[in-house]
Design a protein around this ligand. Structure first.
Ligand code: S3P
Length: 429
């Protein structure tokens, strides 16, 4: 499907967003293994989180969808009748594998073409150390055949910054004998740790070391998934790309392991106010108000993303690359090799889209530099089936010199099916 996005003069409105993708996955999985009933308000409408629900239903969880929420009756999982389909979702396959590794049955899990190219050795290694038995295509790619085994806790130094791998080990650790310890090289999103506590697990956190006691009994909860800050990012960037903007985004997740995005945008000169902050289910949530930036007459400064900041902003880099090109001094991204193994090689797909729109970018294996002060030119851009690439280029199109066609726009459904409708609602010509 192609979407035509026309340049916009202004962006105005009050919007709410689907539930956070990361948090929805975790709530969906934990509610399915917890005793009793959970309700999750604002569960993500994105296809990835629906893949998690389909997998959990195939494993025996009873899931009902109501207006604006879902309820899950959890309990012991059952052997699935067929291959579990994780679709496009790396979070589903990696995190669920941790649970499956400890079940008293064998299961198979795979996904679409993009997922079938994503590395799984990073979870097979630690799960095998815990006593798990997993077969993979070429020992490293999906589909995975997971022979459930009794597991034991391990003390694991995570070799890369990955919340999915951390979460996989912790979820396996729930069923393991003894304690499971994960030591992170840099702090990554901690939604799993927060959710585990909410569902009743015993977990201790000291700086970058997480210790989980095995064998906890989880019980159902009433939860709310905050709006997804990574989805909000596209509108925050859009507001900074157009001449006039006044936008309020209600009920967005502001977990400190994710909200570095706001600090970064403010450091570039963005005018963002955070209002009505409160806690739900251990997660911070609040409203964001963004306005065009009088600091620089609508043009904002550039910036550098490197080191621990790269891990914190990893999903936002496609949108920030677009902002970088329109900024005064450009954007440099370093230490971002992980971007090459996301839904697409995002350094390559950003580069391809920029070239189509006549925007300069220099890439290297670990990042890129986008010079500032550039104009996006009207053209046809291919999303390459990657949701964040489709949405980032739709935002670039708002500031282009003519209408742009985004090919494969339906890929936005992976995290944000309402994206193009919301954009049409707030963008003014
Ligand atoms: C996620 C962790 C990140 C992120 C992904 C969601 C999560 O992946 O890019 O979109 O929910 O834990 P990695 O763990 O591979 O860095």
């Amino acid at each position: 499907m192609r979407e035509i996005v026309s340049p916009a003069r202004a962006l105005e409105g009050i919007i709410t967003l689907p539930g956070d993708k990361s948090i929805s996955h975790r709530y969906g999985m934990l509610a399915s293994i917890a005793k009793g009933r959970s309700t999750i308000a604002n569960y993500s409408t994105g296809a990835d989180c629906q893949s998690t629900l389909a997998c959990m239903a195939a494993l025996g969880a009873k899931i009902e969808r109501q207006e604006g929420s879902i309820s899950i009756e959890g309990g012991p999982l059952q052997e699935p009748a067929a291959l579990l389909d994780a679709g496009n979702s790396g979070s589903t396959i990696r995190m669920l594998s941790g649970i499956l590794a400890a079940q008293p049955f064998t299961s198979r899990i795979g996904g679409d073409e993009s997922l079938s190219r994503r590395p799984m050795a990073r979870i097979i290694g630690p799960l095998t150390e815990m006593g798990g038995s997993i077969e993979a295509r070429d020992q490293k790619f999906p589909p995975l055949t997971i022979h459930g085994r009794p597991l034991h806790g391990i003390d694991y130094h995570l070799p890369m910054a990955s919340a999915q791998v951390k979460s996989c080990i912790l979820l396996a650790g729930l069923f393991a004998q003894g304690d499971t310890i994960v030591r992170e090289p840099v702090r990554t999103r901690d939604h799993t740790e927060i959710a585990l506590k909410e569902f009743g697990a015993e977990i201790e956190i000291e700086k970058r070391t997480i210790r989980l006691h095995g064998g906890a009994r989880l019980t159902g909860r009433e939860l709310v998934a905050p709006g997804d800050l990574s989805s909000a990012c596209f509108f925050l960037v859009a507001a900074l790309m157009v001449k006039e903007a006044s936008l309020v985004i209600h009920g967005v997740g502001l977990n400190p392991t994710r909200s570095g995005l706001l600090d970064f945008l403010v450091s570039m000169g963005a005018q963002i106010k955070v209002l009505e902050v409160h806690q739900v289910g251990g997660e911070l949530i609040g409203d964001l108000r963004v306005q065009s930036s009088p600091v620089s007459g609508g043009v904002i400064e550039g910036g550098v993303i490197e080191g621990t900041m790269t891990a914190a902003l990893i999903d936002e880099i496609p949108a920030l690359a677009v902002l970088g090109a329109a900024s005064r001094n450009g954007l440099t991204v370093r230490d971002a090799g992980e971007l090459r193994i996301k839904e697409t090689d995002r350094i390559a797909t950003i580069e391809a889209g920029f070239r189509k729109m006549g925007v300069k970018i220099e890439t290297n294996p670990e990042g890129f530099h986008v010079p500032g002060g550039q104009t996006f030119h009207a053209g046809e851009i291919d999303s390459a089936g990657d949701h964040r690439i489709a949405m980032a280029f739709a935002v670039a199109a708002l500031a282009a010199d003519g209408p742009c066609a985004i090919e494969g726009a339906e890929s936005a459904n992976v995290s944000f099916p309402e994206f193009f409708a919301t954009l049409r609602q707030i963008a003014q010509k």
